[in-house]
Design a protein around this ligand. Structure first.
Ligand code: NAG
Ligand code: NAG
Length: 461
């Protein structure tokens, strides 16, 4: 009886052809004017309890835990998405069903399909909306082909002093979600891991490439050899979450899954033991948007350190961008060669929740690194995108000293050993006391990272 009533109500909603409250008004608008739109179905059933349950169990190692986590997420989303996927099974363009978060990407959704979904599955759906498009954002200062040198940012955070202690990132696998990588670049030669090293959700390219340059640049700063990068003996894998125009939600979720449990570039041989120790993310947009938090929670459970740019929306307060403005990530602001915060760097506090952001800062103004147009070509570019890989490289160095360091330990090591400009820190003097700017603050976070000081403070394995 209850069921019959529900059907009648759903049909009524469908007939008035108004927007059920679960359909975003911008999607409805687009469907009415253009007839079709890419869309994301967000299911009501959330996966956070699956992650919590796995987190509460004991495992012999992190690869085993991650395998259990991925299987549990797959099973939960398979059951809850089954009916909707069955409704969508006859359409031409294939949908993408995610397991890291309970969402389905529907390319070229029609108004008619929307009405069927609302009528038949309204009770299972939290929201149907357009997909989010994040951006990569940087200012280019100039291409050059001068020989490789020790780059100022790598030097500025004292990475070479860590190398002289014998730690250059050996045995560490890092990853990034970016525009791709020119793997043949001289600064990256030999740095790509041999298998499970690349995924391209856009064009399914089977080997790494980069049409933009941004991804080659950021990876160059993490693992570039001979002075280009912070951890020059680490190896990398990469997922193309961004094209030049932007980074789609569907691609970024695919990359979030692949990072957690990598496959070969054709999707074969999934193996969670091949996961990287960190994911460096120089993309974002908007404020206080929680849309990537399920991925961040899965990475945390899998012991993958999430590093995110805080954004280039500064210098105004409350300009921190998402996902960098979320909890459980290390977000990064940009400094210049004078150790001052770059004018473009986004500032905290977060828009609504008033969290201090970023966590730390690193060199991001006029940073030179590898470029995509030739194997010996470099470009000098600016953005918090460039600061983020300095932190990622430093995390790799810390983990090469002690692979058992937790996210909380790594965050604390970076923060407590950061450089805090001391003189500017006094905001007024009088009556025999100096009133100082409280740290952390909303432009530097806890200060500019110091790889050497963090490394020395890290407990040995
Ligand atoms: C953070 O501290 C630095 C150094 O004292 C100062 O220049 C900057 O204005 C402070 N930022 C904020 C938002 O308080
Ligand atoms: C205040 O700061 C100045 C400059 O660093 C220093 O010389 C002075 O001793 C400080 N005064 C106190 C009371 O800490």
């Amino acid at each position: 009886m209850k069921f019959a009533i529900a059907v009648v109500l759903a049909v009524a909603v469908c007939h008035v052809s108004a927007a059920p409250s679960t359909v975003s008004s911008s999607l409805l608008q687009k469907l009415r004017t253009e007839g079709v739109s890419d869309a994301i179905i967000v299911l009501k059933d959330e996966v956070s309890s699956v992650v919590e349950r796995v987190n509460s169990r004991r495992f012999t190692n992190s690869a085993e835990k991650t395998t259990v986590l991925v299987n549990a997420l797959r099973e939960r989303t398979r059951v809850s998405q089954k009916a909707i996927l069955s409704t969508l099974s006859t359409r031409k363009a294939a949908v993408t069903a995610f397991w890291i978060t309970n969402r389905i990407f529907v390319p070229q959704l029609t108004l008619q399909e929307l009405e069927v979904l609302s009528a038949e599955h309204g009770s299972e759906i939290a929201e149907i909306r357009e997909q989010i498009i994040a951006t990569i954002d940087y200012e280019s200062e100039g291409i050059d082909a001068n020989p490789q040198v020790l780059e100022w940012g790598v030097d500025n955070i004292n990475a070479p002093e860590v190398w002289t202690e014998g730690a250059e990132g050996e045995g560490i696998v890092v990853s990034h979600i970016d525009t791709g990588v020119r793997a043949t670049h001289e600064a990256l030669a030999g740095a790509l891991r041999e298998t499970h090293n690349w995924l391209d959700p856009y064009s399914n390219a089977q080997t790494p490439d980069d049409d933009n340059g941004h991804g080659t640049h950021t990876m160059g700063t993490i693992v570039g050899r001979d002075g280009t990068g912070v951890a020059p003996k680490a190896t990398y894998i990469s997922c193309r979450g961004c094209e030049s125009a932007g980074c789609t939600e569907a691609a970024l979720l695919s990359c979030g899954q692949w990072t957690t449990c990598p496959t070969n570039s054709d999707g074969s041989d999934e193996d969670c033991s091949k996961k990287p120790v960190l994911s460096s993310n120089s993309w974002g947009g908007g404020n206080e948007n929680t849309w990537y938090n399920d991925v961040i929670a899965a990475w945390q459970a899998a012991s993958i350190v999430p590093v995110f740019a805080i954004g280039n929306s500064g210098p105004g307060c409350r300009s921190a961008n998402s996902p960098g403005d979320q909890r459980n990530v290390i977000s990064v602001g940009a400094t210049n060669a004078q150790n001052a915060v770059a004018s473009f760097s986004s500032h905290g506090p977060t828009l609504l929740t008033a969290r201090i952001k970023p966590e730390v800062s690193a060199p991001g103004n006029q940073v030179r690194s590898a470029w995509n147009t030739g194997d010996a070509v470099y470009n000098t570019i600016s953005g918090t995108s460039m600061a983020t890989p300095h932190v990622a490289g430093t995390v790799a160095l810390l983990l090469s000293k002690n692979s058992a360091l937790t996210f909380a330990q790594i965050e604390t090591l970076l923060e407590e050993n950061a450089l805090r400009p001391r003189i500017e820190n006094i905001i007024c003097t009088g009556g025999g006391v100096n009133i100082t700017n409280p740290w952390p603050n909303n432009s530097f976070g806890h200060g500019k990272i110091d790889a050497k000081a963090s490394f020395d403070a890290a407990p040995s394995a």
